[in-house]
Design a protein around this ligand. Structure first.
Ligand SMILES: Nc1ccn([C@@H]2O[C@H](COP(=O)(O)O)[C@@H](O)[C@H]2O)c(=O)n1
Ligand SMILES: C[C@@]1(CO)OP(=O)(O)OP(=O)(O)OC[C@H]1O
Length: 159
């Protein structure tokens, strides 16, 4: 059996924070604010995977009221989500994600993000797609107030 899931997340920019997206630390004037490292891309992918398996969402599994997750590396969260799916008999078929950011430019970092995500989800690199778009200066992303990400995934029952 195959299932699909979708995920969406937003984090606001804040000064004196590292900008971490897809596990990659990107040089920028601002980072994203969050309880964890605020890796909005990995959070959207976590939610897409959990949604596909009907296992709730990232906040259910990693509450921001739990000090354990303060400053958490979201790659560890993604690895735990993959493990939860595997326990339920699911493996990841593919992920297609989009980062919505006016700046900085993501293109030079996309392949590194894909490599980390493929490692964490135990897939081939070719199963992981990460894209980026501006919003042509419209809305909160266009005003550079924050970054959004959305993700779609397919999972299948492991043999
Ligand atoms: N933060 C971003 C946004 C976009 N890109 C790349 O630029 C291309 C054009 O973006 P538009 O919003 O004008 O469609 C896009 O296809 C991305 O490849 C980027 O690297 N970083
Ligand atoms: C990841 C968690 C937990 O540290 O915190 P944040 O970094 O604030 O991220 P969010 O996307 O709000 O989702 C779930 C949280 O519980």
């Amino acid at each position: 059996m195959f299932r699909v899931g979708s995920g969406f997340d937003v984090h606001r920019f804040a000064p004196q924070r590292p900008l971490v997206l897809g596990g990659v630390t990107i040089e920028h004037s601002h980072g994203l604010l969050g309880h964890s490292d605020a890796d909005v891309l990995l959070h959207a992918i976590c939610d897409a995977l959990l949604g596909a398996a009907a296992l709730g969402d990232i906040g259910t599994h990693f509450p921001d009221t739990d000090a354990k997750y303060r400053g958490a590396d979201s790659r560890h969260l993604l690895q735990q989500v993959e493990a939860k799916l595997a326990e339920g008999g699911w493996s990841v078929v593919n992920v297609d994600a989009t980062i919505i950011a006016q700046e900085p430019r993501m293109a030079p970092h996309i392949d590194a993000m894909r490599r980390y995500i493929a490692q964490d989800l135990r897939t081939e690199l070719s199963a992981i797609s990460v894209k980026a778009t501006t919003t042509e200066h419209l809305g909160f992303a266009g005003r550079k107030e924050g970054i959004a990400a959305q993700a779609v995934t397919m999972i299948k029952e492991s043999p």
